[in-house]
Unconditional design. Sequence first.
Length: 438
Amino acid sequence: MKKALALALATVMMLGLVACGGGDESTSQSGNTSGSQGDTSTATVANKDKPLVWFNRQPSNSSTGELDMEALTFNDDTYYVGFDANQGAELQGQMILDYITSSIQASIDAGEEITIDRNNDGIIGYVLAIGDIGHNDSIARTRGVRSALGTGVEVDGAINSDPIGTNTDGTSTIVKDGEITVNGTTYIVRELASQEMKNSAGATWDAGTAGNAINTWSASFGDQIDVIASNNDGMGMAMFTGWSQANGVPTFGYDANSDAVAAIADGYGGTISQHADVQAYLTLRVLRNALDGVDVDTGIGTADDAGNVLSEDVYKYVDEERSYYALNVAVTAENYEDFLDSTVTYAPVSYQLDAETHPTKNVWLNIYNAADNFLGSTYQPLLQKYDDLLNLKVEYIGGDGQTEGNITNRLSNPDAYDAFAINMVKTDNAASYTTLLG
Ligand code: BGC
Ligand code: CA
């Protein structure tokens, strides 16, 4: 009884404080004294103690993939938000394998030649567009495709994810020929070529480079190419519109950008949704929670006062890595109609927060490359919807995809912000940002 009374009293007191401070929509510059709103609501918060979220590019060693725990634990309110790269990579590989198998089966059932084997040589040839050889998501996807198709070669317990250049004769030692058996007949699966899609200025995941690559590859061994696999939809769509659509070759990407999903109706093979609607929410939500001084699980695993909550089938949190990972879903001809607009917020977390109890805060956020298809056409539009729902005033900075300096130059006044959301150019470079925060 006593305890309940004390609790009720405390609640009343808190509400009182909130009411006093609630009308004050000012930022950390104002000397707002409503301390009950959380640790960052006074002007005394040092930049090094402000909430920080890394997203899309996880602080890590670009050669070994080892997580940069120093960056991930920069302060008590630091997190990473991304998606489960291995689960998604497995899905992508399986989606491609299923497509090949059922296409062969369909030809057998129809009593035709195997149409997916375009030159009828018994080899299912594919080419692979690699996004960034030093990005763990890209590495995982390359491994996922090779693992599912049986073309991976293990080095030190993990599948080699290096690009092969060309391998039309099957002699590469980085990959090997795989096999698929359907109805008692075995077909060889060969990675004919793969390349990191980096342009001459240094931008990775570069769609233009992928478009050039498919032109070069198709000109020299076009009739051997039966399938295209791409680490993302931006590169995938460049290859699809540039060559594969006209030649009836399925292209498989990743991200479920709206244009790629729509292209499934025209022969794009499929893509993976990395649940950007959940990631964009988490990116801003962890900041909101720290700014409100509430438990980080609020509005995530535990419903908030507006009813926002995520269920376990769409994300997971790994405490040792200080990381939230959204889960992936395959998008194919069977279900693509449900994914046509990649910029719709996720309904269970689309409730507006109350502006009195969650007053406006200022956030500095950067996108590593303003020209990145996924971040530009899917992620940022989602962030812009969630920032309203979460009462965050976000300043969006678009980088050139090549140097951190192009971005950090525009973080000259960190004092003006309550929190930071960072998307690095290179996963090794966390310190370029944290040094600016002191
Ligand atoms: C996306 C890519 C994007 C990259 C940028 C990945 O998660 O799938 O499309 O280019 O992030 O870092
Ligand atoms: Ca063939």
